[in-house]
Design a protein around this ligand. Structure first.
Ligand code: ASP
Length: 593
């Protein structure tokens, strides 16, 4: 080697090393020339050490050090001294010592970086992503990537200790139905045929259960070609899990154990188990979301019984049409100005509400434009139902059920933001949401879709309902929710060919189509499929929350932009005509080109 190996990292030296001869390698983080004496902060992923060049120690090194610029890669040899009194830096662990340089080797020079290598810089994310290797040198991203690494290790250790086997499933495969568009890979050897990249390893993990592997897990990349959505990535990581001979409670136990380890080892918190559970209906009614944020209270209240006999047309119609009247109390907001109320009305209108009913709670009753349409009994019952007090503000939305609850849920979050109810140190809130509907009706295509995926089992007591009223059937599906984010989702699967066929029928998938798409899975099920179920975690989102970040891009080493572009290596990019020819592909110009 043309330079000497380091004896220590840049985060390692302490007062106990004083007097030792050391060699450090790293990047120039900062340099200061104090006329005669030159100070360099030398950085690597372990920390920063101050190294000092003085002419009387080595004139040549001192002279050479004058040419050092930020991000030069250097090796220094010298001895450790105690920092002179008053010059210590208690902020960093190496802040009580200096390395007095006797020899400097410049290992590589660096062009001036487009932004400073430090946290909290005011730089466009696009520039950060283009120069991701520099961005990744920043302390915060280094911490995030190390945290992610730690999470992989906790995961692997936990599942290994619980008798799970890590099995890789193919990346070139047949399409899985997770509800997104597939990324396709053209086959060169088989003209006109395509592989799909996995939206998840769903079919493979179920087949692994048929194969007798019993407890499977994998930390796995999944690919979904979705339209632009903030904070989504076309490729993302899951912790994928499947188990045989289990019921929902067994999956919950395993998942809760993993979460307990994460909480202990990452946040140093003792997670209380079992985790709270809400059914989908409860979550929607009280929080207007199937991923409720329970870090603050602000519960919505179903007011249908209060207005059961109302003469107020808007509420009457909602009840008549099997809709919902939902109320939300904003404590202490009774003095909101007309302007503030208009802004909130616009907020719900943008989400599709017809309008927002609001009422100020006063000493002597309710003050509101709609007050005159309500009987005094209704007003009193409303106050009681919401436990409203003088000075509070009441919001009411009414209309078709899920839509109204969803909009009220969004208003609930907006009010929490305005009232500053989520503090940086709020206790993390983890819960299960269960009993999701099995199907979702799509008005546009006039057909049912699987809310989770087509392999999810209905609740056994609901099987009969599948023919009569599919919309009422509940699934054996569950989500794990952390601070208002869905961090895992799964289900107990159908393992019976007849029930699976019924499911396909309701989903409008013909026998023919089922055979081409999932024939291999159905075939496997003929050879003794055990009852099984599983779950998958969105690993990036989980890492984001544990890192205290607001974007998953902050915990992914090389993320794409919201429009699915990798700015650093400029992909997707064009390929040569020869490559296309080999793949039997022709790129057509669209009409307007
Ligand atoms: N494959 C499912 C998903 O990606 C998870 C599961 O059902 O286990 O959402």
């Amino acid at each position: 080697m043309y330079f000497k190996e380091r004896t220590h990292t840049c985060g390692e030296l302490r007062e106990s090393n004083i007097g030792e001869k050391v060699i450090l390698n790293g990047w120039v983080d900062r340099n200061r020339d104090l006329g005669g004496v030159l100070f360099i902060d030398l950085r690597d992923r372990y920390g920063i050490t101050q190294v000092v060049f003085e002419p009387h120690i080595n004139a040549e090194a001192h002279q050479a050090a004058k040419n050092l610029r930020n991000e030069f890669v250097i090796s220094v040899e010298g001895y450790v001294r105690k920092r002179p009194a008053e010059t210590e830096n208690p902020e960093i662990p190496t802040g009580y010592v200096d390395v007095m340089v006797e020899k400097l080797t410049i290992l590589n020079e660096a062009t001036t970086p487009p932004f400073q290598i430090k946290d909290d810089i005011d730089t466009h994310e696009e520039i950060r992503l283009k120069y991701r290797y520099l961005d990744l040198r920043r302390p915060k991203l280094q911490r995030n990537i190390v945290l992610r690494h730690k999470m992989y290790q906790i995961t692997r250790k936990y599942f290994d200790e619980n008798n799970f086997i890590e099995i890789e499933t193919p990346v070139l495969m047949k399409s899985t139905p997770e509800g997104a568009r597939d990324f396709l890979v053209p086959s060169r050897l088989h003209k006109g045929k395509f592989y799909a990249l996995p939206q998840s390893p769903q079919t493979y993990k179920q087949i692994l259960m048929v194969a007798g592997f019993d407890r499977y897990f994998q930390i796995v990349k999944c690919f979904r070609d979705e339209d632009l959505r903030a904070d989504r990535q076309p490729e993302f990581t899951q912790i994928d899990v499947e188990m045989s001979f289990v019921d929902q409670k067994d999956i919950f136990n395993i998942v809760e154990g993993l979460m307990k380890d994460f909480f202990k080892e990452i946040l140093n918190k003792d997670l209380q188990l079992p985790l709270p559970r809400l059914t989908f209906n409860e979550a929607m009614e009280s929080y207007g979301s199937d991923k409720p944020d329970l870090r603050f209270d602000l519960k919505m209240v179903n007011l249908n019984s209060v207005f059961q006999k109302t003469e107020f047309k808007v509420f009457h119609d909602a009840i008549e049409n099997s809709g919902v009247i939902s109320g939300l109390l904003a404590p202490g907001c009774g003095d909101y100005t007309r302007n503030q109320l208009d802004v909130l009305t616009d907020f719900v209108k943008k989400l599709g509400a017809g309008g927002l009913i609001w009422m100020r709670v006063k000493e002597d009753g309710l003050e509101a434009p709609v007050a005159k349409f309500l009987s005094s009994e209704e007003k009193q019952n409303l106050i009681n139902a919401l436990s409203a007090k003088n000075g509070d503000l009441i919001f009411i939305l009414s209309g078709s059920k899920l839509k109204t609850l969803n909009i009220m849920g969004a208003l609930r979050l907006e009010m929490a933001r305005r009232l500053d109810l989520i503090k940086a140190d709020s206790e993390p809130k983890l819960l299960w949401v269960t009993d999701f509907p099995l199907f979702e009706w799509d008005e546009q295509t006039k057909r049912f879709y699987a809310m989770h995926h087509p392999f999810t089992s209905p609740r056994l007591e609901d099987i009969e309902l599948m023919d009569k009223d599919p919309a009422l059937v509940k699934a054996r599906a569950y989500d794990l929710v952390l601070n208002g984010n869905e961090i895992a989702g799964g289900s107990i699967r159908i393992h019976n060919a007849e029930l699976q066929a019924k499911m396909f029928k309701i989903l409008g998938i013909s026998e023919e189509e089922a055979k081409t798409k999932f024939g291999f899975l159905m075939n496997a099920f003929k050879y003794g499929a055990p009852p099984h179920g599983g779950i998958a975690f969105g690993f990036d989102r989980l890492a984001m929350i544990f890192a205290g970040e607001n974007s998953i891009r902050e915990v992914i080493a090389f993320p794409k932009t919201a429009s699915a572009i990798s700015l650093m290596d400029d992909s997707p990019s064009s390929v040569t005509d020869d490559q296309l020819l080999e793949l039997h592909i022709k790129v057509r110009k669209s009409a307007h080109e």
